[in-house]
Design a protein around this ligand. Sequence first.
Ligand code: 26A
Length: 350
Amino acid sequence: MAAAQGYPLLCLENPLLDIQGVGDDDLLKQYDIKANDAILAEDKHMGLYEDLLQNRDAKLIAGGAAQNTARGAQYILPENSVVYIGCVGKDKYADILTDACKKAGVYTEYRVDDVQPTGKCGVVITGHNRSMVTHLAAANEYKPEHLQQPNVWSLVEKAQVYYVGGYHLTVSVPAILLLAEEAVSKNKTFIFSLSAPFIPQFFKDQLDSVVPYTDYLIGNETEALTYAENHGWGITDITEIAKKLATLPKKNAQRPRVAIVTQGTLPTVTAVAKADGSVEVKEYPVHEIAKEKINDTNGAGDAFAGGFTAGIVQGKTLDESVDLGQWLASLSIQELGPSYPFPKQTYARK
Ligand code: 26A
C-alpha cells in the first residue's frame, strides 16, 4: 500500500466547508463585504451563514483553499499521491469534508478539536466574482504538536513535495516552519501560495518568515500587487513584481526560486531566478473557455495550484506544470464551487 511508502505530496492548511449561494449588491452591502475578496469573519458577519442557507438556497461544498488544491492535484496524480493535514471539529461538516477527500482519493490526517466546530466559509457569488467570509473555528486550533506525532511526522518524512496555503499563516507559523525546515534540510520542494490580499497586508511579518523557504511562490495579480505595496516596492507592473519575488533571499540555494502570478483571463506570468543572477520571465495565455460555460470562479486559483503542483510532483517542466494548472482551473470554473468534473477528464497538452 502507498500508505506504507508514504504520499509524495503533503498539503497543510485550513479545512473549511463552503456555504455558497448567489448574492447581489444588497447582500454585499448588508454585510459590508466586497464583490471579490477573502476575509476573516468579524461579529458583523456571523449572520451571513444562516442567511445564505435560509434565503439564498446555499449549497454545502467541500472547501478550504489548500484542501481544494490537494483534491485537484490528486485528480491528476496516480492513486495514493496526496495527504492533507488541518484541524476540524467533531461534527457533520467534518464528515462532509472527510467524505469529499475520500471520494477524491486524498488521504486526510486531521487533528480533531473537541471544542470548536469545523470551520466554514460563506461564499457569495455575484456574476464572475466571489466574496468569501471565513469563520475558522476548529481550523484555527491546528497545533505543530499534531505534526510532530510519530505517525504524522512519518508522513512528513516520506513526502517529497510540500504545499502550504498562505492562509495558514493566520493559524500556525510554527507548523509551517516545521515543514519548511524539513524541505530545506533534505532538499525537498516547498510550494507556497499568497492566498489573499489580506495575507501580505496584515500578516506581513509571518509571510516574510516563510518566503525564504519557498521554491515556488504562487499568487494572483491582486495578491502580488498587495505584496509589492506592503513591502514598499513602488512598482505595479506584474512582471516586475514577479521578478522581484523570484529574487528575494532564499534558504535552499540548490533550487531556484520560481514566482508564478495568475491574472484571471490574462496570461500567467512566471519568473525564475537563475544562479548567475539573471531572471527568466515567461508568459502563458490561459486556456480559454466560453463565458457561458463558467459556473463560478470559487476555487479557480486553488485548481491552478493543484494542477501546477501535480506537474511538479511528476517532475514535469515549468511550461507543462503551468499548462496543467491552467487546464485544471478551466475545468473547475465550470463546476459548482471548488470542484472537479467526474468522470475524470484527461489532460491533453495545448
Ligand atoms: C483563513 N482563511 C480566510 C481561509 C480561507 C480559505 N481557506 C483557508 N483559509 N478563506 C477562504 N478559503 C477557501 O478558499 C477557497 C477558494 O479559493 C474557501 O473555503 C474556498 O473553497
